[in-house]
Ligand binder design. Structure first.
Ligand SMILES: [Zn+2]
Length: 63
């Protein structure tokens, strides 16, 4: 089961629409790097834990 991090789920003044999908560790790492580089967050264990808690299961589109 892949996990999804959707930037639209997080408050942002940028109206960012990025969606990242993949294995949990991949998504957490990519989302943390995205949050740091695009949204100015500090990439920290706390940020990664917040991202991990916000992950959703990917919904198959052609099940
Ligand atoms: Zn974003």
């Amino acid at each position: 089961m892949r996990k999804v991090a959707d930037c639209r789920d997080y408050p942002s003044e940028m109206n960012c629409t990025l969606t990242i999908a993949g294995e949990e560790q991949e998504v957490v790492r990519a989302a943390a790097e995205h949050a740091a580089s695009v949204h100015g967050h500090t990439d920290s264990p706390e940020l990664r834990e917040e991202i991990r808690k916000g992950l959703k299961d990917e919904v198959p589109q052609h099940a």
